[in-house]
Design a protein around this ligand. Structure first.
Ligand code: ADP
Ligand code: MG
Length: 466
C-alpha cells in the first residue's frame, strides 16, 4: 500500500504546488511523507503537532481540494503526527488525527487507533507531562494535587479533582499529565479522557441508536475518568443525569474522577445542584495567570523544547507584553519561529522585534476584541452572552454563534482551538465547521451578507478605539 499512497500523495502535491509559492511549498509540504492509503483515506505523516495545526489552520481548503480531486468526493485525509523521533532501529512513534470533516465520533475509537495508548478511550496528548509543566504560584496547588492523584488514583482525598481557571492556563495540560503518568505507572488501568462536548455528542448518538446501555457501560468500566470543560454540560439536563449516574458509580468504587471547568463551581450556571455538591467531596483547585517570572520560565522551557535560542532581552520583552495566558504566550512564540522559518532567517532581535511589534499590537486589541466581539454579536441578535457561548441548539442561536466564530477568526489572532474555548469549550473542528457554514451562506444569501456586514462594521468602529 505504501507505493500507492506515495503515488496518490505525489499527485496531490502536484496540484498543491501549482497553487502556492515555492517557499511555502518547501516549508510546509515538502517535509510531509505519504504513509498509507486505504478506503479513500490518505494518511500523511507530519513532523510535529505544531505542523499539523498549522496545516489545518492555513491550508485546510487547499488540502481538501487536492484530496478530493485526486481521490474523489469521499476522499479524506488523516495525519500521523510524529511525537517521538525514535532512533535508527525503532520507527518513530506517531499519533493519528483525522482531519475535518471526518466521520462523527461515535462510540469507541477502533482498536488499532488506540493501540499506542493502552485502553484509552481518547488519545492523551503525550506532550502534556508534569515534567514540562512550569511551576509557579499560579498553579502550585493544582499541580501538587494532580501529582498526588497520579501516584494514587482513587486513593486520595482528592476525588473528584476539580481544576478550574480561564482559557489557556493549563487545565487540560495538568489533567492529561495525570493520565500520562498513570499510563506509565499502571499500563493496565483503564483511562477515559473525554471533552464534555464529545461526551454529549456520544450520548446523543447513543440515544438515537438505542445504545445508551453500552454507552454507559463503557464509562462504568473505567478506572480513571477525565471530563474536560464541564461548563459545556450546562443546561443539558439529560447528559448531566447520565454523568451523575456514572460519577456516583465510579466514586463508590474508588475510581478516580478528574474534571476541568472554565469557572469556579459556584459560577457554573446551568449545572444541577446535586452534581455541583458532589464536587465538594474532593478538591477544587484553581489556576491563575502566571506572573512575570513564571512567564519567563515558561518561555525558556518552550524554546528549549524546540531547540531554539532567543536573546534574553527578547524573552523579557515577550514576557512583559504577553500577560494573559500560556496559550497566547505559545502563540506568540510560534509566530516568531514560523516567521523566521518562512523567511529563512535567524531569529535576531531585529526580525523578532518587527514580528513582535505586530503581534503585540494585534494582541493588545485581541483580548478585548474577542470578548467585545462576543458582546456585539449577542447584542445584534438580541440574545444573552450565556446563550451565545452556551449549549442551545436553537437555530437563531447556533447561527449567531457561527457568525461570532467566523468574526473571531477574521478579527483576532486567536487560533481555532482558542476560539472554541472562548465559545464555551468547543472543539477546533466545531469552529472550522462554523467558518465553512458562514462562508457558504455569505456566498449565496444577500440578507445574510447584510447582517454580517452590519456586525462587522460595529466591530471595526469599536476596534479602532483601542
Ligand atoms: P486550558 O485547558 O486551561 O485552556 P491548556 O492546558 O490547553 O489550557 O494550556 C494551554 C497551553 O499552554 C498548552 O499548550 C499547555 O501545554 C501550555 N501550558 C499551560 N500552562 C503551562 C505551564 N505552567 N508550563 C508550560 N506550559 C503550559
Ligand atoms: Mg482545556
Amino acid at each position: 500500500m505504501h507505493n500507492k499512497s506515495k503515488i496518490v500523495w505525489d499527485k496531490c502535491l502536484l496540484y498543491i504546488r501549482g497553487q502556492i509559492s515555492e517557499q511555502t511549498y518547501k516549508t510546509w509540504f515538502a517535509p510531509i511523507l505519504a504513509k498509507d492509503f486505504k478506503d479513500s483515506v490518505l494518511t500523511i505523516q507530519v513532523p510535529s503537532q505544531f505542523f499539523y495545526e498549522w496545516l489545518e489552520e492555513h491550508y485546510f481548503s487547499l488540502l481538501k481540494q487536492a484530496v478530493q480531486q485526486e481521490i474523489g468526493p469521499n476522499g479524506r485525509l488523516e495525519y500521523a503526527v510524529v511525537i517521538d523521533q525514535g532512533n535508527k532501529k525503532q520507527k518513530p512513534l506517531t499519533i493519528n488525527l483525522p482531519t475535518y470533516p471526518g466521520p462523527a465520533f461515535s462510540g469507541a475509537i477502533p482498536a488499532e487507533k488506540t493501540s499506542n495508548y493502552g485502553n484509552n478511550f481518547f488519545p492523551l496528548n503525550p506532550n502534556y507531562l508534569f515534567d514540562n509543566l512550569v511551576e509557579g504560584s499560579c498553579n502550585q496547588l493544582a499541580k501538587s494535587a494532580a501529582q498526588a492523584v497520579a501516584s494514587n488514583p482513587g486513593g486520595t482525598a482528592f476525588n473528584p479533582l476539580m481544576l478550574y481557571g480561564g482559557v489557556g492556563l493549563g487545565k487540560t495540560h495538568i489533567s492529561q499529565a495525570i493520565g500520562n503518568a498513570v499510563r506509565v505507572a499502571s499500563p493496565n488501568k483503564r483511562i477515559i479522557y473525554i471533552s464534555s462536548e464529545k461526551f454529549t455528542t456520544q450520548f446523543i448518538e447513543a440515544l438515537r441508536n438505542n445504545n445508551v446501555k453500552s454507552f454507559t457501560e463503557q464509562y462504568l468500566a473505567t478506572d480513571l475518568l477525565f471530563l474536560d470543560d464541564i461548563q459545556f454540560l450546562s443546561g443539558k439536563e439529560k447528559t448531566q443525569e447520565i454523568f451523575f449516574h456514572i460519577f456516583n458509580h465510579l466514586h463508590q468504587f474508588k475510581k478516580q474522577i478528574v474534571i476541568t471547568s472554565d469557572c469556579a463551581p459556584r459560577d457554573l450556571k446551568g449545572l444541577q445542584e446535586r452534581l455541583l455538591s458532589r464536587f465538594k467531596w474532593g478538591l477544587t483547585a484553581d489556576l491563575q495567570r502566571p506572573d512575570f517570572e513564571t512567564r519567563i520560565a515558561i518561555i525558556h522551557s518552550k524554546i528549549a523544547a524546540d531547540g531554539i535560542n532567543f536573546p534574553e532581552n527578547l524573552i523579557e520583552y515577550i514576557a512583559k507584553h504577553v500577560d494573559t495566558n500560556v496559550r497566547e504566550l505559545e502563540g506568540v512564540l510560534i509566530s516568531i519561529i514560523a516567521h523566521a522559518s518562512l523567511a529563512k532567517k535567524d531569529i535576531n532581535i531585529e526580525l523578532a522585534k518587527q514580528v513582535l511589534k505586530h503581534i503585540v499590537q494585534h494582541h493588545a486589541t485581541t483580548k478585548t476584541t474577542i470578548e467585545l466581539l462576543q458582546q456585539q454579536v449577542a447584542a445584534h441578535f438580541n440574545i444573552s452572552l450565556d446563550n451565545l457561548k452556551g449549549k442551545s441548539r436553537k437555530k437563531e442561536i447556533v447561527g449567531a454563534r457561527q457568525i461570532g466564530m467566523h468574526l473571531a477568526k477574521k478579527y483576532t489572532a486567536h487560533s481555532l482551538k482558542s476560539i472554541g474555548e472562548y465559545f464555551g469549550g468547543r472543539d477546533h473542528t466545531t469552529v472550522m465547521h462554523a467558518i465553512q457554514v458562514v462562508d457558504g451562506q455569505l456566498s449565496k444569501d444577500s440578507h445574510y451578507v447584510m447582517a454580517y456586514r452590519s456586525i462587522e462594521n460595529q466591530i471595526k468602529t469599536h476596534a479602532s478605539f483601542y
